[in-house]
Write a protein that binds this ligand. Structure first.
Ligand code: UDP
Length: 493
């Protein structure tokens, strides 16, 4: 690499698209906000699965052609931990094994280093940054609520000595959040004996040693949680690193561009939506890892038939060995659904014209932007939530994994942008037909008016926050200035 005087932001992302792209897009905004006074150096780890590898390589190819000053530095491969008991433990341990390589890469940069930007799972590498005298920023790709919880977890760990499910009064108190019912605690922290929990505790500790935290949220979206962190209430007695809420950072696509004749024909789902009345369709989609067993599919079909609303349903099938089942990271990527095997006989015929079941990946952002869509049944992954709010769409959250149970609780109890859906966490997040029917009727009908109005307000909040002079734009400016002042020469220069 040729020597340069332009300081670089060195990124250590996790390989999952939701993590990698929101970090990269945020850093591109920093780069543009700072008048291209920085470059970006992305440290690329070899992902642990073939599927993740091909996704990362596709991103690398696209970004290499973006015309921005983005460089890629491939880290030497490490042996994935063979004895990890949980997904989060695996991810954190695998990333941490790269710490010596990250140190070598940063120390060998041929230009000043503005900062190390670390995925939340890479937070313990604040130690590497500190040893090299380089500023470090944790990138929080999830909610401000999750940030408050992670910062507060070391305190909770001391105070709450039983499992969270056995707390007195049956709620967990986190500053800035409404009291959290135990069943809404995020998956990695529900079992204190699990290594996932131990890692989250460690990550929470590491956050405190970062120079700052960059968060994909906006002050006005999560005022309670972000104020609690800013006021130092999450970790009493210890100054917390400044938080820069720069979101919503979304990778917007064709839906936000004006169409012209050279655009390819629309996706079949979009063409189908074009023929539906405004705000008449409920959209059901469950992220990159959501899929259902046949018994759950039967419940969903019964609910959709009974509630009578138009629907667009992305139904994925169980993971196979090719899609990553049994992969070292424990992630379970769904397969394209075999509709004729999964759906009850006659369902497609009975709902023809009224509903569309799609068995594979869809252009979700374009669908959420479509005027025919009136509500979103979502797994409540944070990117999906931000995309829904960007378009002012109310939700019915059906959390499945990661921190989604906390997101679902926040959407209903705090932000008021979603209607509740009864999800039986003890039975693998099962939803019964009657409960889904009730939630969809509420979401699409008069009962859902409040959530619809709140979601419409959040649409304006999101767009204002990132426009010139908005709160997220101002946070980006502050961050850019802080980075300018912090850039240091690596020790080998
Ligand atoms: N997504 C999509 N098509 C699909 C499913 C998901 O485009 O069929 C996109 C969605 O728009 C979002 C991302 O994948 O940008 C999912 O991220 P999220 O944080 O919501 O959930 P995760 O998949 O990380 O659990």
């Amino acid at each position: 690499m040729a020597a340069s005087r332009t300081p670089t932001l060195v990124l250590v992302p996790e390989w999952g698209t939701g993590h990698l792209m929101s970090m990269l897009e945020s850093c591109k905004r920093i780069l543009l906000c700072g008048g291209r006074a920085f470059s970006i150096t992305l440290l690329v780890m070899r992902p642990p699965t073939a599927q993740a590898t091909s996704e990362v390589e596709a991103h690398v190819r696209r970004e290499a052609a973006s015309g921005l000053d983005i460089r890629f530095h491939r880290l030497p491969a490490v042996q994935p931990p063979a004895d990890a008991a949980g997904v989060e433990e695996f991810i954190a341990r695998y990333i941490q094994l790269h710490a010596p390589h990250v140190r070598d890469a940063v120390a060998g940069m041929p230009c000043p280093v503005a900062a190390l930007v670390l995925d939340l799972f890479a937070a313990p590498m604040v130690d590497v940054a500190r040893d090299l005298g380089v500023p470090s920023y944790v990138f929080m790709s999830s909610t401000g609520a999750m940030l408050a919880l992670m910062l507060h977890l070391p305190v909770l760990h001391q105070v709450v000595t039983v499992e969270f499910s056995q707390v007195d009064g049956e709620v967990v108190h986190v500053p800035g959040l409404p009291p959290i019912p135990p069943e809404s605690m995020p998956c990695p922290v529900v079992d204190k004996k699990s290594p996932n929990y131990t890692w989250f505790l460690r990550l929470g500790h590491s956050f405190m040693d970062a120079t700052g935290i960059i968060a994909n949220t906006a002050d006005e979206l999560e005022p309670g949680a972000l104020a609690a962190v800013a006021d130092g209430r999450a970790v009493p007695g210890r100054p917390e690193p400044p938080v820069y809420p720069v979101g919503p950072v979304l990778l917007l696509r064709s839906s936000d561009r004006r169409k012209d004749d050279s655009d390819p024909p629309p996706h079949q789902c979009i063409a189908w939506l074009d023929a539906q009345p405004p705000a008449s369709v409920v959209f059901l989609c469950f992220g990159s890892m959501g899929w259902f067993e046949a018994a759950q599919v039967v419940e969903i079909t019964a609910a959709l038939e009974r509630c009578g609303h138009r629907f667009l349903w992305v139904l994925r099938g169980p993971p196979s060995s090719e899609s990553g089942a049994g992969a070292p990271d424990g992630s379970e990527h769904p397969t394209d659904a075999k509709l004729e095997e999964l759906l009850p006989e006659g369902f497609l015929q009975r709902t023809e014209g009224k509903g569309l079941v799609w068995p594979t990946w869809v252009p979700q952002k374009d669908i959420l932007a479509h005027p025919a869509v009136g509500g979103f049944v979502t797994h409540a992954g944070w990117n999906s939530v931000l995309e829904s709010l960007w378009h002012g769409l109310p939700m019915a959250p059906w959390p499945l994994y990661a921190e989604q149970h906390l997101n679902a609780f926040e959407l209903v109890a705090d932000m008021g942008v979603a209607v509740p859906l009864k999800v039986d966490r003890k039975r693998d997040n099962l939803v019964e037909a009657a409960d889904l029917e009730r939630a969809v009727k509420c979401l699409m009908g008069e009962e859902g008016r409040k959530a619809r109005e709140r979601a419409a307000e959040m649409r304006d909040v999101c767009r204002n926050a990132v426009s010139k002079g908005g709160s997220s734009d101002a946070a980006l400016q502050r961050l850019s200035e802080a980075l300018h002042h912090g850039a240091v020469l690596p020790p080998t220069m």
